[in-house]
Design a protein around this ligand. Structure first.
Ligand code: SF4
Length: 199
């Protein structure tokens, strides 16, 4: 993937900034395996946190032991692994849950179970990488969000004129092509664009 992207963009050292929620673990893994440096914000809230219960982030993974520490400092040990939707997930819980004084803040079940994707460390690395570069999301907003705002303004209140995934996809591609051509013309001028297309 990297060599294809490098060929298209002309950039060998690729850094990708993804938005919260618009990715899958497998896509991040594919970037990692292709040597692309990815940045990703941490999820803002979890359903548990909204209910006043401990979020997933309150559980600390201890790599050397392959287990988790919970807010009560109990050990959630590895129990089993299974495959869901093609992903291998490892499951952990603590035998201390049934008698835990913090249980009402933790789970409505007998045990609080934590599941870990076999490539979870790749996701952990991309979110912690963002902690080192907090400015990078601002740069993303200024560069990536702007074209979409402009396209929306051009499309007007009705947005898409076509229906169906295939037609809408084509319509969107034409909008993006028009945006890119206008942008290049603004930078290089019409003559510069024609020269670049001929080159
Ligand atoms: S319920 Fe279990 S996982 Fe939750 S804090 Fe108590 S011991 Fe830890």
């Amino acid at each position: 993937m990297k060599s294809l992207m490098s060929a298209v963009t002309g950039v060998s050292d690729l850094h990708v900034v993804a938005d919260r929620g618009y990715f899958t673990g497998n896509e991040i893994l594919a970037c990692h395996e292709a040597g692309i440096t990815t940045y990703l914000p941490k999820p803002k809230t979890s359903p548990n946190e909204a209910k006043g219960m401990f979020p997933r982030e309150a559980f600390q993974y201890v790599k050397e032991r392959n287990e988790y520490r919970c807010p009560a400092r109990e050990r959630l040990i590895w129990r089993f692994k299974n495959v869901e939707k093609g992903q291998t997930l490892h499951c952990y819980w603590s035998s201390a849950c049934p008698s835990c004084l913090m249980k009402s803040q933790c789970t409505t079940g007998i045990y609080r179970r934590i599941r870990r994707w076999e490539h979870e460390e790749v996701l952990e690395a991309v979110t912690s990488r963002l902690d080192q570069r907090p400015d990078i999301m601002r740069t993303r907003r200024q560069t990536v969000e702007h074209p979409f705002g402009t396209l929306k303004a051009w499309m007007g209140a009705t947005h898409f004129l076509t229906k169906g995934l295939k037609n809408v996809s084509t319509e969107m591609s034409l909008h993006v092509l028009a945006y890119n051509m206008k942008r290049v013309m603004n930078i290089l001028g019409p003559k510069g664009l024609i020269q670049a297309l001929r080159a």
